[in-house]
Design a binder for this molecule. Structure first.
Ligand SMILES: Cc1cc2nc3c(=O)[nH]c(=O)nc-3n(C[C@H](O)[C@H](O)[C@H](O)COP(=O)(O)O)c2cc1C
Length: 179
């Protein structure tokens, strides 16, 4: 698959088959995602793969803010990936001060880049994904995320059981201005 096809063909998938995500494929995806750029090459993104059906069900039922759309997608996915970052590194100087006035928000930026790279890599392996930003704060406790890490987003992953249309895109003219 060439890069253009990968970028344009990836869709957010919210319905999955029951087929599990093979561990070796998951690890190839994580390896590809490790090539994402990061703040001063700090590489603060860490993934938690949730395949235990009981835990997955608990998250879908109790940690989706009552948003059934997300609960259904999570319930359908054979695996959830919790994307987390190690705190107090990204956006910082070695002496602990912030490098820019955007402070540590760069860790969100890095998690976003890594998440998209992860999703594109998954697509290359025939897997569908959807990034999720809507979930309860309680999810960090349910996943026992340690104090030195922050949960940023969830990615549902599995073999697709739907082929959604491309949601409408803005035109290039909408997106760029020149000076
Ligand atoms: C930061 C972020 C948060 C998102 N949160 C959700 C979510 O909570 N639930 C969901 O179904 N989709 C979520 N999405 C997926 C978007 O809805 C989707 O990317 C968009 O509709 C475009 O569709 P496409 O990914 O197929 O191109 C999120 C995407 C991003 C980047």
């Amino acid at each position: 698959m060439d890069v253009k096809e990968c970028i344009k063909g990836r869709r957010s998938i919210r319905k999955f088959t029951d087929e599990p995500v093979p561990t070796d494929t998951l690890e190839k995806i994580v390896e590809l995602a490790s090539y994402s750029p990061s703040w001063k090459n700090t590489q603060v993104v860490r993934y938690i793969a949730i395949k235990d059906p009981v835990l997955k069900e608990k998250i879908a039922n109790e940690c989706t803010t009552g948003f059934t759309y997300n609960a259904n997608a999570m319930g359908s996915a054979p695996m959830l990936i919790a994307v987390t970052v190690l705190k107090n590194r990204c956006g910082y100087e070695r002496d602990g001060s912030f490098t820019t006035n955007r402070k540590d928000t760069w860790q969100m930026f890095d998690a976003g880049i890594a998440s998209q790279t992860f999703c594109l890599a998954a697509y290359e392996y025939g897997l569908g994904t959807v990034i999720m930003g809507i979930f309860d704060d309680t999810l960090s406790e349910v996943l026992e995320i340690p104090e030195d890490r922050e949960l940023v987003n969830i990615i549902c992953i599995g073999y697709p059981a739907e082929s959604p249309e491309v949601p409408k895109r803005k035109t290039v003219a909408d997106l760029i201005t020149y000076k």
